[in-house]
Design a protein around this ligand. Sequence first.
Ligand code: SF4
Ligand code: SF4
Length: 371
Amino acid sequence: MNTKVAIERCDVYEPEKLYLALKAAALAADFPSAEGKTVLLKPNIVMDSAPAKAVTTHPVFLEAVIRLVREWGASRILVGDSPGLQGPNFTARGCGLGETAKRCGAEWVDFTKGTMELDCPEGKIQRRFTVSKVLQSVDWVISLPKLKNHQLMYYTGAMKNIFGLVPSVTKSPYHVRYPTREAFASMIVDLNIAVKPVYAFMDAVVAMEGPGPSAGTPKQVGLVLASANLLAMDAAACTIVGYPAHLIPGNSEALARKIWLNDFSEIEYPLLKPEEVKVWDFVKLPFKKTRNQLLDFILPKPLKKLIPNKNPLPAIDHKICIRCTDCVKICASSAMSLKEQGSAKQIEIDKNRCIRCYCCHEICPAKAINI
Ligand code: SF4
Ligand code: SF4
């Protein structure tokens, strides 16, 4: 197993500077020859927001990766993602990634145009996934995460980014099936085992602190990361922003499988070390108690509802809610509704139905949902 994570400085979204930083990182962390390969680049587009909001992987970062992957020999480069609420014909226009892909000679792919079943016999809790059919026609998947906080998983990075291969609203049922942080993380690990992404480049030039993955604040970090080992990259990124890597459910679940690492101490840093580039004032999310994971696995479904969910409920700020009802559409447990309140209408949450998946918080365009 390759345990190298290359961390390199880059302060600005400037094409040449980013390309040189990524190239140095790729060389240091053994980016393999892509000769003749069809490569799918998977940026993080949780919401089709402007690049300056730091919600998505930056388009200039994508541009630099396309140049690099082509230089390494790729014969065909595809780019795509499928945010939770996007219907067919999503072109990633708002974030600039669709246009950048085309301008740089790559092909933008719509993940909702056909699905396929992907078996995962080694999966711990999920043995089959319905994913975008594009996987059938690519040799490699490369994850291009943005360094961000995540309300459910605390941190979202290279491994979590692969969940975007599950198209659009078909993601929501996974939240219902795996309502605890640990169970959801376990499903993400199974998905990574099935998809087998070969490499990851992380955009940590400007990260997102506070209530990510979409309602947080941009934070200058000034780094890019490269690795063939997505778990090692995630552990490194967590350390940089101050999370204990082993306490992040995605990391601990992945480590327990002993596929990518046996211990975080095995990670090698050929360039900068996380301790040298720590962002001491990064605003992290507080750790909260979750439901009892063991009970969650062994109890039958009707009894599971009796276990109290100790995660906080989402709360609507009615003053800034624009009543778009996106949250109602994405809520897989039908806990949200637009109700009459006197002469007006407002969004309400049924706290008995809410499973605290925070999908509503993730897609709210007005940042009107607080956790
Ligand atoms: S998604 Fe946000 S703005 Fe839209 S209705 Fe829900 S709370 Fe209001
Ligand atoms: S109300 Fe929000 S947090 Fe609760 S289940 Fe619905 S989408 Fe998830």
